[in-house]
Every structure is written in C-alpha cells, then in structure tokens.
Design a protein. Structure first.
Length: 130
C-alpha cells in the first residue's frame, strides 16, 4: 500500500556539492548516502528522505517543491536566517507577506530558495481559535 510507505522527494540540482552543503549546513539535514547516479540522499524525519538529483541548470520549477510543517514559524525563520537562509517577500494581489509570512485563512507560510533555485516552504497550521 502506498499509504504505508516512506517517501523520497527528488529535487533537481545543477551543483550537487553546493546544494549538499546548503541542505546539511544551513538546513541541518543529515546526509544518508550518495547513490551511484550521484543523487545525494538526506534524512527528512519520520522515515522520509530528500534526494538531490544532478540535473542541468534550469530544471527547477517556479512553484513550491517541498514544505516543512512547523509549530513555530517565527522561530524557524529566525533560526534559518541566522544560518544565512534568505526568505522571500511577496506583494501580489493574491499573496502578501509581512515579515516573510503570508497568512491564508488558517494557514501561515514563508518561502525561501535553495542554492539551485528550488522553492521551499515553512508552513504552520493555526488552531481554529487563533
């Protein structure tokens, strides 16, 4: 059953060494292995993994490719900014950030890019009473 398996999210990276340093040093992910094709695998937690797959520049998409569910969005932003992560700010008709955070109903989110241009997100689901 697919619902009972662990998953690996694969992201295209043009410079696997640079990307690996970002994911391990700045995001704090633990490297697990490097596959024969050069894909570098990192532990994401709860059994899931992240694969950084060598690809040509421009293979990245213009939408969010990976989201982490967090309980303290401001705290996570502060921690990652302290490690050099740069968060995006938006002022669009359907998406506006204040202090890097967009509020969308009962969700809050903040976005940043990895060294390869992949768009990543921190997401916090608010309690109904918040």
């Amino acid at each position: 059953m697919l619902t009972a398996t662990r998953t690996t999210t694969m992201l295209p990276v043009s410079d696997p060494e640079r990307a690996s340093r970002f994911y391990s040093d700045q995001l704090g992910l633990k490297p697990i292995m490097t596959a024969p094709d050069g894909t570098r695998i990192f532990e994401l937690g709860q059994g899931d993994a992240l694969g950084l797959m060598p690809a040509e520049a421009g293979a990245q998409t213009k939408h969010t490719v990976l989201t982490w569910e967090v309980s303290d969005l401001e705290g996570e932003i502060k921690d990652l900014e302290g490690k050099g992560v740069k968060f995006e700010d938006y002022d669009l008709p359907d998406l506006k950030t204040v202090n890097h955070i967009a509020v969308m109903g009962s969700d809050r989110a903040a976005w940043f890019c990895d060294t390869e241009g992949n768009i990543l997100c921190l997401h916090q689901l608010l309690d109904n009473g918040a």
